[in-house]
Design a protein around this ligand. Structure first.
Ligand code: HEC
Length: 108
C-alpha cells in the first residue's frame, strides 16, 4: 500500500516537472540562432519585422511550421511547443492595438 502511494507520488512529480520544462522554451535562444538572420523585431530585413507580422496566431504558426516562399519550414527543427512559444513571442512584440491578445494569454 505504501509502495503504491510512493510510485503514484513520483509519477505526479514527474508530470509536474515535465510541464515546467515545456513552459521553459528558450524563445530568445531560438530567435537568435534560427530567426535573427532574417527577422528583426522592429525592422524589415530578409523577412518582415516581428512587430509587423500577421496578427492571426494560426497564420503565424502555419508560416513557421510549413514555411512560405523564402521562409524555411521549421516543423522538423522545432517542436510543437517551441513553435507555439515563437508565435507568442512574435505576438508579444506586436502593437497591443492591433492585437488585443498580445499581453494576455487569450491568444492560446
Ligand atoms: C532564410 C530567412 C528566414 C529565416 C531563417 C526565418 N524566416 Fe521567417 N520569413 C522569411 C521571409 C522572407 C518571410 C516572408 C514570406 C512571404 O513572402 O510571405 C517570412 C515570414 C515569416 C512569418 C509569416 C509572417 C506573416 O505576417 O504572415 C513568420 C511567422 C515567420 N517568418 C517566423 C519566423 C521564425 C519564428 C523564424 C525562426 C524560427 C523564422 N521566421 C526564420 C524569412 C526567414
Amino acid at each position: 500500500m505504501k509502495k503504491t502511494y510512493l510510485v503514484f507520488a513520483a509519477a505526479a512529480c514527474f508530470g509536474l516537472t515535465s510541464q515546467i520544462a515545456m513552459a521553459e522554451v528558450n524563445v530568445e535562444k531560438i530567435y537568435s540562432s534560427k530567426c535573427k538572420m532574417c527577422h528583426k523585431i522592429d525592422k524589415k530585413k530578409v523577412g518582415p519585422a516581428f512587430k509587423d507580422m500577421n496578427t492571426d496566431p494560426a497564420v503565424l504558426k502555419a508560416a513557421i511550421a510549413d514555411g512560405r516562399k523564402m521562409m524555411p519550414k521549421f516543423s522538423k527543427k522545432l517542436s510543437g511547443e517551441e513553435i507555439d512559444a515563437m508565435v507568442s513571442f512574435i505576438q508579444s512584440k506586436q502593437p497591443a492595438a492591433a492585437n488585443p491578445c498580445a499581453n494576455n494569454p487569450c491568444s492560446k
